[in-house]
Ligand binder design. Structure first.
Ligand SMILES: Cc1cc2nc3c(=O)[nH]c(=O)nc-3n(C[C@H](O)[C@H](O)[C@H](O)COP(=O)(O)O)c2cc1C
Length: 139
């Protein structure tokens, strides 16, 4: 069962940022725990990748809910250099059942690519998919 009608039109936004020094997996686990509760109230869904140094987060929901979350994210001192890579309307959600899925990328690049292939739906915007692959295999 999906949480939302797969056909509901949404705003989808992808950004990257750098974790501030001292942020470890346990901190991210706590951020995600709080985010999942808040996102379910705000009807936000998406995925957060963390490689120990950088974040990539894909969020989707109503225009207002995404703007409100971005305002909070820009103000959050746990990361910096927030760079928006994609911000566009879509016909349906790409992560309809995830109030915020999160993935700690701590393995080799090949396995990371495989993780993206497994977790990112084929229907997602191709530019967004390329950004995910770029994030897990820099250079
Ligand atoms: C990398 C990262 C991802 C985050 N993702 C979310 C999210 O998906 N949803 C959310 O509500 N807060 C998220 N937060 C936390 C927000 O920045 C903010 O602290 C939280 O929403 C509470 O805001 P408030 O204290 O102004 O109510 C994230 C923080 C970081 C550093």
């Amino acid at each position: 069962m999906s949480k939302f009608d797969r056909r509901d039109r949404v705003r989808q936004l992808l950004y990257t940022s750098k974790a501030v020094a001292g942020i470890v997996e346990r901190d991210v686990r706590m951020i995600v725990g709080a985010s999942q509760y808040r996102n379910s109230l705000d009807r936000i869904t998406g995925i957060l990748l963390f490689d120990g140094l950088r974040f990539m987060q894909f969020i989707e929901g109503s225009d207002v809910a995404v703007s409100s979350l971005m305002d909070r994210l820009y103000a959050d001192v746990r990361h910096r250099e927030v760079i928006v890579m994609h911000d566009a309307a879509a016909e349906r959600r790409s992560f309809p059942i995830w109030s915020m899925r999160w993935v700690h990328l701590d393995n080799a690049h090949d396995a990371r690519r495989h993780t993206i292939t497994r977790m990112v739906p084929g229907t997602i915007d191709p530019g967004v998919r390329d950004q995910f692959y770029g994030f897990v295999a820099p250079g």
